[in-house]
Design a protein around this ligand. Structure first.
Ligand SMILES: Cc1ncc(COP(=O)(O)O)c(C=O)c1O
Length: 394
């Protein structure tokens, strides 16, 4: 008799995400994938050089579980200078396996069965699925796109005595919403009233448009003590595969989170921790301003194209995605019956990969007229993608 594996409940519900299967379909037609949030831009040379040096120098053994001291000090200084965090010691910094690894450590440090956690919709799927693994109950709250203001009443509606944590992603994937200071202040008021904590994901903190300002929740008076602030190197320095991120939180929280990080991963990749130091020591402000100008151009190219071919496009204020509505296009063409059909039509007719709107909502119907496109591509590749979209649907 054939052996039949009995999977744990938490593994049974895991399946290949839509994003991967679209990737395969796009590859099959030799198309351009604007689906997966993979940025294929080159890594800055000083960071690459330091990685090579660190490997040549055999910096290969485990590091301290919360990261090498110089990197924790550099992250601390950055958190103070750029994010206005009131952190004062490297003991408040945990370097982990990507911001995702830090999110896992934070979630497992704070949440367990019986707890409730608030997640805004549309959400980043990893947040949702990692939170589910903790056993906590997820309460989704609609947040809308870049121009939809945060409504504290919508959170009040789901808060119960078991609510413990709110997850805030700013700038947000997939919506491109950037939380304003006033919105974060009203969120903090609510957190204080209900004694809640926050885990923030600020991985897109440098991708900002039209003067949008990135504000870290933990910089607001009274917020730091109840917030874990997460960010990382993946997106800002084009090292998504290196798996390096970090969290900043008051020392008692950072200590537990670091121990959780130790248990799950031991440490982040050692030589790459040394390499990441170059981001702070060798790249100056012009790096970020160039990055912002380049992304603004990419955003313009893609958003204008999508608008011209009939999408309703809420231009993102931050991050590098656009969650566009194909309703107007569906009115005049076949193949756009729902998000899955639209996604397949774009692959077949334009050779373009996107992500179905359903991936970002608890109820798939909420995303049925949306597709997400990622514009973290070299400009010539993006120009080619836009040309293909215009040719097929213009
Ligand atoms: C909101 C958000 N957080 C985190 C990540 C992953 O970050 P990291 O590579 O640091 O784990 C992504 C990647 O797409 C993301 O969109």
């Amino acid at each position: 008799m054939a052996f039949s594996v009995s999977f744990a409940g938490r593994a049974q519900s895991l399946e290949q995400s839509d994003i991967r299967s679209v990737t395969r379909r796009v590859e099959a037609v030799d198309g351009i994938n604007l689906g997966q949030g993979v940025c294929d831009l080159p890594t800055p040379p000083p960071i690459k050089a330091r990685a090579q040096q660190a490997i040549a120098e055999d910096r290969s053994i485990y590091s301290h579980h919360a990261g090498i001291e110089p990197l924790r000090r550099a992250v601390l200084a950055k958190g103070q200078a750029e994010n206005d965090l009131p952190a004062t010691s490297p003991d408040e910094v945990v370097v982990g396996v990507g911001s995702t690894g830090c999110f896992v450590s934070a979630a497992f440090t704070l949440l367990e069965e019986g707890d409730e956690v608030v997640l805004f919709e549309p959400f980043y799927g990893y947040h949702r699925n990692i939170l589910e693994l903790t056993g906590a109950t997820i309460r989704t709250v609609p947040l809308g796109g870049p121009d939809a203001p945060f409504d504290p009443g919508a959170v009040e509606d789901v808060v119960t005595p078991d609510t413990k944590v709110i997850v805030v992603n700013t700038p947000a994937n997939p919506s491109g919403k950037v939380w304003t200071r006033a919105e974060l202040e009203s969120l903090l008021e609510l957190m204080t009233a209900h004694d809640l904590m926050a885990v923030t994901d600020e991985i897109y903190e440098y991708m900002l448009y039209d003067g949008a300002e990135h504000v870290s929740l933990a910089s607001l008076p009274g917020a730091y003590e109840r917030t874990i602030t997460l960010s990382g190197f993946s997106k800002a320095y084009n090292v998504t595969g290196w798996r390096l991120g970090y969290g900043v939180a008051p020392a008692p929280i950072a200590e537990k989170m670091g121990l959780m990080n130790d248990l799950l991963y031991i440490c982040a990749p050692r030589p790459l921790q040394h390499a990441a130091l170059a981001a702070f020591e060798e790249l100056d402000e012009s790096y970020v301003s160039e990055l912002q100008a380049d992304y603004a151009e990419r955003r313009r190219l893609l958003c204008e194209t999508l608008e011209d071919i009939g999408f309703d496009v809420p231009w993102p204020d931050g991050a590098y995605y656009v969650l566009a509505d194909f309703g107007p296009l569906a009115d005049r063409r076949a193949g756009f019956e729902d998000d899955a059909a639209a996604c397949q039509t774009l692959v077949e007719e334009a050779g373009i990969g996107s992500v179905t709107g359903r991936s970002f909502y608890e109820d798939p119907a909420d995303g049925r007229t949306q597709l997400r496109f990622c514009f973290a591509k070299e400009i010539p590749v993006l120009e080619q993608a836009c040309a293909q979209l215009r040719e097929a649907f213009g």
